[in-house]
Design a protein around this ligand. Structure first.
Ligand code: GLC
Length: 673
């Protein structure tokens, strides 16, 4: 059951398109304090709290304080409170079971037992919001109802399930060609190469650096002939430069965000001074969306939207002020206080909270200060693109994923998990985000494999890939200046080929589970707690996941480990894929097991009476035969699998012809219905 409660008059987010009738009276489960603008709940010791999408810490969010505030924070650590997305949905699982969603575009705080261990307290910065309280049969049911409420998740073209290679600093077509060639020559599968900001002319959206990519359309075609898709980045800020048509047109039409006095708000990002298109204004959004045509017309079929929190390096006004203030320190003895003050001036230039109060949107004719709707910016940038794709290429699936997001954006694109670091702890952090993101509708997602910031190591990339082969978005991405981390840069090329190759064998299962999760409003990745709620051990497991109905995964995320402990809530079949192509199987009883996982092994666990369809693999998605299947299976009585398969490009998702049932009997006999 879903109940909606209205507090004040919210600014429309369109997270939910068909809203249930609002109810009056007391809010179930929560204590509401209008004056303090809080909702609180008294937790029992055994209660668990799931959700909040992209964030740090556990799948069970208890014990920390989180903020809903889309933030550009490449240096996030355990004590970070907010990442790139704002996902205001959580489920309490304990004596009471309920989900809550706060539809509110400004900043919220979720204190999940941080101030007082037993208290969950949500504080809003404005009392104009809608609150949804969802109850159901169990946690999965609550999530499913919520997912139904927020609408179907975006679907990618099938090639976007292939392996992608990215790096900030592929400078020209030769460098991109080399990435493609190296993979093909060494037999390491590949489906896409990402183009970071260097493909543009001086970081100007919807332009091409003609020296680096003199014949882009032809080059794109050349790549496509090898079944490799080029996926360019688009940034939120439009460079301020006379003669640049996107800037001039946007300015003339009044489509950029403005300061209170009506003049354009100028903030710096990669191109230096830039203006933000008013993504919350329908006309401006349509206009911005239409710009993607420039690249669509040259054969591009996928994009990633970036810097759309929006990130601000500095604003013109603040920089001027700070420059002036800095002069005052000249000749002074900078003691503790003064030195920190001095440093703080410069450090405070970027993403300054105050700057987000200095510009305005035009939402349906109403002037709204940015901070009140901060979390909607990235969402609407991606929506601009998504709506434009529907207009410009209605029959085609176009890949789109974004850095910043709010619930509702999942209908227009996926997200990647933002800038992580080449740290072992970030493998685990990214693993834990998967179910939380799925709860909020983000199914097409994945982390920067190998780590974005800081130098990586061969073993870290291998282990991270061994998780990445399961995530819909499987992309190796690294920052400018860091150690190169393409698969072929390391010694054990066979190991990389094996692990990435396995992804292509898993595709029939992965794509089928993804599409079923989309069509049925379900989660592709679930904590063990969701399927084994009665198992006191399983509900506490934080480093294993269920993937679809048939598999459990337990990646290794510690350096120099040769295996790990795995908890099995029931009898399962362990399958170990080894680098030499062999496959070991062993049936393990419920309980704890130490499982060997060599650096290039991938281990999965098949649940009883389940089967997993596999292909024979390929060098790209187009190579993969989704009909010629092999099976991983653990059949005690009979295994039945609902197999979804479509051509991966058309949009008739619901055509019943895409679904069939595969049955396997104990003796291994398979039939398809
Ligand atoms: C941002 C993105 C990152 C990208 C970089 C340069 O940090 O998150 O993925 O490589 O900008 O465009």
């Amino acid at each position: 059951m879903i109940r909606r409660f209205v507090f004040g008059e919210m600014i429309e987010t369109e997270a939910i398109l068909e809203k249930p009738q609002a109810e009056g009276g007391a809010v179930p489960f929560l204590c509401v304090d209008e004056e303090a603008m809080t909702f609180s709940y008294s937790m029992e010791d055994s209660d668990r709290v799931y959700g909040l999408g992209e964030n740090v810490r556990g799948m069970n969010k208890r014990g920390w304080i989180y903020e809903s505030k889309c933030s550009d924070n490449p240096d996030h650590q355990e004590d970070t409170r907010a990442l790139y997305g704002a996902h205001n949905f959580l489920v309490v699982d304990g004596k009471e079971q309920f989900g809550i969603f706060l539809d509110y575009p400004g900043i919220l705080t979720f204190d999940v037992g941080y101030t007082r261990r037993s208290e969950l307290k949500i504080t809003a910065s404005d009392w104009n919001l809608d609150l949804y309280v969802i109850t159901g049969e169990n946690v999965k049911d609550i999530v499913k109802q919520f997912r139904h409420l927020i609408g179907r998740s975006f679907v990618v073209p099938m090639w976007a399930f292939g392996y992608g290679q990215s790096r900030w600093s592929y400078m020209n077509e030769d460098e991109v060609r080399e990435v493609a060639n190296k993979h093909r020559q060494l037999g390491i599968p590949l489906d896409s190469v990402y183009l970071d900001i260097d493909y543009m002319e001086r970081y100007k959206d919807f332009t091409l650096n003609d020296e680096a990519f003199p014949e882009f359309e032809k080059f794109n075609e050349e790549m496509k002939e090898q079944n490799i898709h080029l996926v360019p980045i688009i940034d939120a800020g439009v460079k301020q430069e006379e003669g640049y048509s996107v800037y001039e047109e946007g300015l003339e039409k009044g489509y950029f965000c403005k300061k209170e006095d009506g003049t354009p708000f100028v903030a710096a990002v990669w191109p230096g001074k830039a203006l933000f298109p008013d993504m919350l204004n329908k006309e401006a959004r349509d206009w911005f969306g239409d710009q993607y045509k420039f690249l669509l017309d040259q054969g591009v079929e996928g994009f990633w939207n970036d810097m759309n929190e929006p990130a601000i390096f500095y604003t013109e006004d603040r920089l001027n002020q700070v420059m002036e203030q800095l002069g005052e320190y000249k000749g002074k003895n900078l003691d503790l206080n003064l030195f920190w003050e001095f440093k703080g001036l410069v450090n405070g230039l970027s993403n300054n909270v105050d700057d987000y109060t200095k510009f305005y949107h035009n939402m349906n004719g109403k002037k709204i200060r940015h901070d009140r709707v901060h979390n909607l910016f990235g969402y609407n940038m991606t929506r601009a693109a998504g709506e434009a794709f529907e207009r410009l290429e209605p029959d085609k699936r176009i890949l789109m994923f974004s850095r910043s997001s709010y619930i509702g954006m999942h209908r227009y694109g996926g997200i990647w998990m933002g800038d992580n670091k080449s740290w072992w702890s970030h493998i685990l952090m990214n693993l834990r985000m998967l179910p939380s993101l799925n709860m909020c509708g983000f199914l097409y997602t994945g982390a920067d494999l190998g780590g974005f910031g800081s130098d990586t190591t061969e073993d870290l990339v291998l282990r991270w890939l061994a998780l990445g082969i399961f995530t819909p978005l499987m992309r190796n991405h690294a920052a400018l200046g860091t150690r190169v981390q393409e698969a072929y840069q390391f010694e054990d090329v066979d190991g990389f080929r094996h692990i990435i190759g396995l992804r292509y064998k898993l595709l029939p299962y992965l794509y089928s589970e993804y599409m079923k999760a989309v069509l049925r409003d379900e989660m592709m990745f679930r904590p063990l707690a969701f399927d084994y709620p009665e198992d006191a051990r399983a509900v506490r497991v934080e480093d294993q996941l269920l993937l679809g109905d048939g598999l459990m995964i337990a990646p290794v995320y510690e350096q120099n480990a040769e295996g790990r402990y795995v908890y099995l809530p029931e009898r399962m079949k362990l399958v170990r894929f080894k680098k030499d192509g062999s496959c070991e199987e062993e049936i393990l009883e419920a309980g704890d097991h130490y499982v060997d996982v060599a650096l290039t092994d991938v281990v999965v666990f098949v649940r009883p009476d389940h089967l997993i369809p596999l292909s024979k693999g390929g060098q790209c998605v187009a190579d993969v035969d989704f009909e010629d299947l092999q099976y991983l299976s653990f059949v005690e009585n009979e295994a039945v699998y609902e197999y979804y398969h479509d051509d991966g490009y058309e949009k008739d998702y619901e055509n019943p012809a895409h679904m069939c049932v595969i049955r396997m009997e104990k003796d291994g006999k398979v039939c398809r219905e």
